[in-house]
Design a protein around this ligand. Structure first.
Ligand code: UDX
Length: 437
């Protein structure tokens, strides 16, 4: 492999990128400023739940091609291509994204870039960030060094991170020179024949914001239809299925329910609106405010439905909650609709016991005010109402009869339209779902 790669920032994206690139044969050095995290990674401990990644991490370490460090000096000397994989969280109390981790990384790395290299941003950023960081890089890297910047947004989904990294739908690169394009083509060559869109910095940055905005809009569209379905006694599940047969619409991201959460979609659409506002184009994205509002209303509607089933008040009521992660096959609880609902019910006087197959430890740390069960059955024991809030396969396969024995009253709200309503109803459950009669 011609190039040595560094990956700066070992969050979700960084770890996956580093491990997968090492697996493809590159020599990779991962960097993070958290020494504890680096020590664990170097020992093969994966701090996140991601199918297939543990094995790839261990394989990389065993081959000697993958190493980790906290030293920017070492990274600067090692890498031909430096990938920036830092988080861009929502700023406290604002819509805008906080890009200070990216700035700090460029400031720390630049002084050590003493030979020709490419610095490649992968984070989701407000449009204009790449040009700003390119200027900063030129200013801070040693005189005569040829450190160039490129932008290469990442589209991976949690739970499919390895698959999405090794077989992406497309690769988008924003470059300022043919030289940078050539290097990135070589870096991604081992992935095979993947469509590559080569463009400028701002377009590459916007592709990511636009993709997330579109996906969020699609989910909120079907959830808005769920509201109309509820008002008209129609069934959003059947509506969604019927829409999906139209190729122009497509069935993916059209599952009605509790809406989107996680570390990306909610904060990315808000950051996109904030950035459009700064650019004087805020009118173009006012619809995203609605998308966000529809999404947040799903959570409120869920709480209302649960309260209705509880007899009008949560006082003296025990609620069994199935799911804590923001989506199945993930232990990520960032902006989790499930936990948001659980916490609101507690605030309104209910007693809530939560169970999740793998996000329980994270939930416990973040929300000590909730009770936790050791299994689905344990969480619903003594419940007056059961809520399914994350559609884990384990919950889809639950036996309504067995669960019925554990609860006080057989009442369930299926927040993800994931259960077989007929099976639950015939086991004597009062079954309700968002957007369905
Ligand atoms: C998302 C984008 O898909 C990815 O391309 C981007 O890089 C980061 O953000 P991720 O946050 O991992 O990825 O989750 P995703 O699978 O996209 O789901 C997002 C949320 O939407 C989840 O809370 C999920 O439950 C919800 N969702 C998804 C729905 O409510 N309905 C759907 O039909 C699909």
């Amino acid at each position: 492999m011609p190039y040595r790669l560094t990956v700066i920032g070992t969050g979700y994206l960084g770890i996956t990128h580093a491990a997968c690139m090492a697996d493809l044969g590159f020599e990779v050095l991962g960097l993070d400023i958290d020494p504890d995290k680096i020590r664990r990674l170097q020992n093969g401990e994966l701090p996140i739940h991601e199918p297939g990644l543990q094995e790839i991490l261990r394989r990389g370490l065993a081959s000697g091609r993958l190493r980790f460090t906290t030293s920017y000096e070492e990274a600067g000397a090692f890498g031909d291509v430096h990938f920036l994989c830092l988080g861009t969280p929502q700023k406290q109390g604002e819509y805008a994204a906080d890009v200070s981790y990216l700035d700090a990384a460029v400031e720390s790395l630049a002084p050590y870039l003493e030979r020709e290299c490419l610095v490649v941003g992968k984070s989701t950023v407000p449009v204009g960030t790449a040009a700003r960081l390119a200027a900063k890089l030129a200013r801070l890297s040693p005189v005569n060094a040829a450190a160039e910047l490129a932008w290469n947004p990442e589209f991976l989904r949690e739970g499919f991170a390895v698959q999405d990294t090794l077989k992406p739908d497309r690769i988008v690169v924003g470059v300022a020179s043919e030289h940078a394009e050539k290097i990135l083509r070589e870096v991604y060559e081992p992935l095979g024949d993947i469509p590559m869109v080569v463009t400028d910095y701002p377009t590459s940055e916007l592709v990511k914001s636009a993709a997330n905005a579109f996906l969020a809009t699609k989910i909120s569209f079907i959830n808005a239809m769920a509201e109309v379905c509820e008002a008209s006694h129609a069934d959003v599940q059947q509506l969604s299925r019927a829409l999906s047969f139209d190729d122009r619409i497509g069935g993916r991201f059209l599952n009605p329910g509790l809406g989107f959460g996680g570390g990306c979609l909610p904060k990315d659409i808000r950051a996109f609106m904030a950035r459009a506002g700064e650019l004087g184009a805020d009118q173009a994205l006012t619809f995203l405010r609605e998308v966000d509002a529809i999404n947040m209303r799903r959570r409120a509607r869920m709480v209302d439905l649960a309260r209705e089933l509880a007899g009008g008040s949560f006082r003296g009521c025990t609620v069994g909650v199935l799911g804590a992660a923001f989506k199945p096959n993930s232990d990520d609880i960032r902006d989790s609709p499930a936990l948001d609902v659980a916490v609101t019910i507690v605030q309104q006087g209910g007693k809530v016991t939560v169970y999740d197959p793998i996000a329980l430890d994270n939930a416990r740390k973040a929300h000590p005010e909730l009770s936790y069960g050791s299994s689905a059955l344990d969480a619903v024991r003594g419940a007056h109402v059961v809520l399914l809030l994350t559609e884990w396969q384990e919950f889809v396969e639950l036996d309504p009869e067995e669960l019925g024995e554990a609860v006080v009253t057989r009442k369930i709200v299926d927040g993800r339209n994931a259960l077989n309503s007929e099976a639950w109803r015939s086991a004597g459950w009062h079954y309700r779902a968002l957007g369905r009669p």
